[in-house]
Ligand binder design. Structure first.
Ligand code: AMP
Ligand code: MG
Length: 495
């Protein structure tokens, strides 16, 4: 019997529950021993319209642990399938997560409120349905850092410690993350129904997705082709942003790719320290499938899987459908490159468009290869170079001459634009972050939290990362490259 609901001031409008029966199982989160709220993203909660001040701490903690539902919520576990490292799993789904419901904020935007680690569901496949503190805080840190870097992403709202000890490699503190998302519609959601040849369901899902995210397509001549085109475009924009900030997702399975174009499911992800296109952080990615430089290819591969699910909707004639869909998926590379080029121009301080810009930007990346260059500091250091202070950037190269050669060409290119240095530097510093979630700093924060119940390093890190473009006093350690010992940094899936 679920507990009595608690009013938290939100008006739920659960369209997924109402319109997509058969796409989920209603489910309640586990009761946990001593739930305690460890972190609340106050600004986000306020923007969403949460009213929590009148509640006891235990009530707030029980809501964000999933054991008590707020008034209006209709918790459910969503079903989906997915290609995991290239192999198809026909039956996945929320094995340790729940969609509490959807709310509409003051600006009329609809958001999913979703719990991760709230206990087993019918989709748990033998898993315990739980999450542990380290990975929960990692998702909090990475999601909020990405948001501050202007990368579309799900966001972290709250963390509760459950009081349970969860068995992984060792016993670890259990935790639940509350996150918000434009939706949790995944490529894998479509795959689940397409794989079962349930074309009616696939159509229902496509119509729902169009209605929810891409309303402008309702009038389209072929809305399903339009859906594919738009999702491909959003993903091209997203992956370009990842590449421009040096983000490596780590598990780009099709169940971890949204239709909304938001980054989702922060597992063994990390940011590049030294630039190496082959960078893989995840210990389970033995063949580099999800390496930094392979991310655009994999996104396109995933989109081809998405396209397959839409074929019967795109055209009655299969050959025609394949032709139309292939055209959209093939266009991904062009769109990706367009977004990347636009982004990298800003990073390089360019305000006009010239033919040679791609080669110029690409050659900087080639120059960085094998030079142990800190990716983030190099781009940030270019702002100094605008004023002729090239030392900061060139010192990052093992062979500084590699930078000098490139710098001459870049300086010539800048000279062809009439932009005041101050203005140029300001616009570069607005896209080239000084602070990213440095792997050693993330590990330091997680270790202190998990092993010592000391959350101060996590809190400090969050303060730094929510303002990544502006130099702040006394925070130089957060802008420094990792110590040598982090050269072969590995992340673990840590579910
Ligand atoms: P992820 O790797 O987090 O994207 O999850 C892949 C699939 O495994 C999803 O269906 C998850 O719900 C499920 N899963 C991951 N961890 C657990 C767990 N501890 N218990 C049950 N299901 C899990
Ligand atoms: Mg996932």
């Amino acid at each position: 019997m679920p507990n009595a609901a608690i009013d938290i001031g939100l008006k739920f409008d659960n369209s997924y529950a109402k319109q997509l029966e058969g796409f989920y199982v209603s489910h309640q989160g586990d009761k946990v021993p001593t739930p305690a709220l460890l972190k609340l993203n106050h600004l986000l909660a306020e923007a969403l319209g949460f009213e929590l001040d009148h509640l006891q701490a235990e009530e707030v903690a029980s809501i964000f642990s999933g054991s008590v539902s707020p008034t209006g919520a209709a918790p459910l576990a969503q079903v989906y399938a997915g290609h995991q490292f290239g192999s198809f799993s026909p039956q996945l789904g929320d094995g340790r997560a729940l969609l509490l419901g959807e709310i509409i904020n003051r600006n009329g935007e609809r958001y999913d409120i979703h719990l991760k680690g709230s206990g087993p569901t019918p989709f748990s496949r033998g898993g315990d349905g739980k999450a542990v503190l380290g990975p929960v805080l990692r998702e909090y840190i990475m999601g909020e850092a990405m948001h501050a870097l202007n990368v579309p992403t799900t966001r972290a709202l709250a963390v509760v410690i459950t009081g349970e000890k969860i068995m992984r490699k060792e016993l670890l503190p259990g935790a639940v993350l509350t996150r918000i998302a434009a939706s949790h519609l995944r490529v894998g959601t479509f795959q689940f129904f397409a794989n079962r040849n349930e074309t009616d369901k696939a159509k229902q899902l496509a119509d729902y997705t169009i209605e929810r995210h891409f309303h402008e397509l309702v009038e389209d001549q072929n809305p399903y082709l339009g859906l594919l085109r738009t999702v491909c475009d959003r993903q091209a924009a997203l992956i370009a942003k990842w590449m421009l900030v040096g983000f490596v997702h780590g598990v780009m399975n099709t169940d971890n790719m949204t239709l909304s174009g938001e980054t989702i499911d922060y597992g063994p992800c990390a940011f590049l320290d030294q630039y190496d296109p082959a960078t893989v952080f995840s210990s389970i990615d033995k063949h580099g499938r999800y390496s930094y430089s392979n991310q655009p290819n994999i996104a396109q591969w995933n989109l081809a899987r998405f396209a397959e699910t839409l074929l019967p909707l795109i055209a009655g004639d299969k050959e025609e459908a394949v032709k139309l869909a292939s055209h959209e998926v093939n266009a991904f590379s062009r769109h990706y490159q367009k977004y990347w080029l636009t982004g990298v121009r800003t990073k390089l301080g360019l305000t006009t468009i010239e033919e040679g810009d791609f080669t110029l930007a690409h050659d900087l990346h080639l120059a960085m290869e094998g030079q142990n260059v800190d990716f983030t500091l190099l781009f940030r250091g270019l702002a100094d170079a605008v004023r002729g202070k090239t030392d900061v950037a060139r010192k990052l190269f093992d062979t500084p001459g590699k930078f000098d050669q490139w710098h001459t060409r870049w300086a010539e290119r800048l000279a062809r634009e009439s932009v005041e240095p101050e203005q140029r530097i300001a616009s570069m510093n607005a896209v080239n972050p000084l602070y990213i979630p440095r792997n050693h700093k993330v590990e330091e924060a997680l270790y202190a939290a998990e092993k010592e119940s000391n959350y101060a390093p996590f809190e400090k890190l969050m303060t730094v990362l929510t303002n990544p473009f502006e130099k702040q006093e006394n925070l130089s350690e957060y802008a420094e490259p990792a110590p040598e010992s982090f050269a072969s940094y590995q992340t673990f899936c840590g579910t």
